[in-house]
Design a protein around this ligand. Structure first.
Ligand code: BGC
Length: 373
């Protein structure tokens, strides 16, 4: 079957002929891959910044944002049926007995770092025609989300952040009684850094969570993304025309900063403007560049005197995937055109070079396996 793989030892990215997987345990399912999203991580793997083939393999099949359809189920499969649409989780547990995270099914919090990730680290990914994996990693997507289901995985980043934020902000005495399903952001203001797919999906999730939301990004407005964001009630402010201090003045108390830009200089600059009792959430993974100057005294004073909190978040567990599927359905009901416009191109697998190595524009580009059949 066709697959897109990197061969790190030879610094090659190519379309390969990869062996079609078969069910080997009773609880496995086989998927026909429908769509695979291309993200920054895939491009970094193709630039050989990271990406580790499975042991014994020269290549790594890439791709971790996917939507598949169940075509075969093992005898022991109870939750899935042939024809179901599913999005598999990405991370697989380490094998250490003492890893409390992995042993409790929460490899997204793995303590040892010896987890694997499909399409990223130690396990082949989804940029191929067929995939086999255990049913426990599958998240069922309603058939009505067929055209946008590939956005589930990138949306899980915001969902995991929100699930943690919910628990963490219960530290505030008046938040402890927040009930299941009650929007956490009501009456609060959030600033999203960056208008890439993670930023836009994050902004959508924050609006649904009740936050008054502003995206702070580089490109001057109006532009395609600012228009899209404004159409869903999210403000857009360009860092080219508005300084961080002006932003802070405009917003008032910033209750949440959701960083989705992967650039530390701007992130720490905005950290100065975080409000009282506010939370700053990092999701980006910057490349290592030269150190930058940061006003650490101011940041430390604010953290203490304003009861602030900072945390980072990576990957997601089943709860994050389920929240993403539920939110995506809400987005499609509330903003059908805006959600669909996030997918700016669908391409056959043969077009992978431009998408992975070129400067393909757009918001989220998708390799559609049907288009290559
Ligand atoms: C993926 C995560 C993964 C992370 C680090 C991201 O692009 O969405 O699932 O954990 O990269 O490898």
């Amino acid at each position: 079957m066709k697959a897109i793989a990197v061969v790190p030892a030879k610094k090659e990215v190519r379309l390969i002929d990869h062996e079609e997987p078969r069910l080997v345990t009773p609880t496995q399912v086989k998927l026909r891959i429908l769509d695979v999203g291309v993200c920054g991580t895939d491009k970094e793997i193709c630039a050989f910044d990271y990406g580790t083939p499975p042991s014994g393999s020269e290549w790594l099949v890439i791709g971790h944002e996917s939507l598949g359809q169940v075509v075969e189920v093992g005898r022991g499969v109870s939750r899935l049926r042939i024809g179901d649409l599913v999005v598999p989780t990405v991370r697989r547990a380490c094998t250490h007995a003492h890893c409390r995270a992995c042993r409790s099914g929460r490899q997204d919090f793995c303590l040892t770092g010896d987890f694997t990730e499909r399409g990223i680290k130690g396990q082949h990914g989804f940029m191929t025609e067929w995939v086999v994996d255990d049913e426990s990693f599958m998240n069922v997507v309603p058939s009505g989300l067929r055209d946008v289901g590939v956005l589930v995985e990138p949306l899980t980043i915001a969902e995991k952040a929100l699930l943690q934020l919910r628990r963490a902000q219960k530290r505030l005495p008046w938040m402890t009684s927040l009930e299941e399903g009650e929007p956490i952001g009501r009456g609060q203001k959030a600033v999203v850094l960056g208008a890439g797919p993670v930023g836009i999906l994050g902004a959508m999730a924050l609006v649904v969570a009740g936050f008054e939301t502003i995206v702070y990004s580089r490109d001057p407005a109006p532009n395609k993304k600012s228009t899209l964001l404004e159409s869903i009630g999210v403000g857009y402010v360009s860092s080219e025309t508005t300084t961080v201090d002006q932003l802070a003045e405009k917003v008032g108390n910033i209750d949440l900063v959701y960083e989705a830009v992967g650039a530390s200089r701007i992130a720490f600059d905005v950290m100065r403007a975080l409000g009282t009792n506010g939370a700053f959430v990092f999701t980006g993974v910057p490349g290592r560049k030269a150190p930058v100057e940061v006003d650490t005294d101011l940041i430390m004073r604010n953290l203490v005197l304003k009861n602030q909190m900072v945390f980072g978040t990576v990957n997601a567990g089943r709860d994050g995937f389920e929240a993403a599927i539920a939110d995506l359905a809400t987005f499609v009901t509330r903003w059908p055109a805006a959600v669909r416009s996030l997918i700016t191109g669908r391409f056959p697998i043969e077009a992978h070079r431009d998408l992975l190595l070129g400067r393909a524009g757009g918001i989220k580009n998708v390799i559609s396996m049907k288009a290559s059949a």
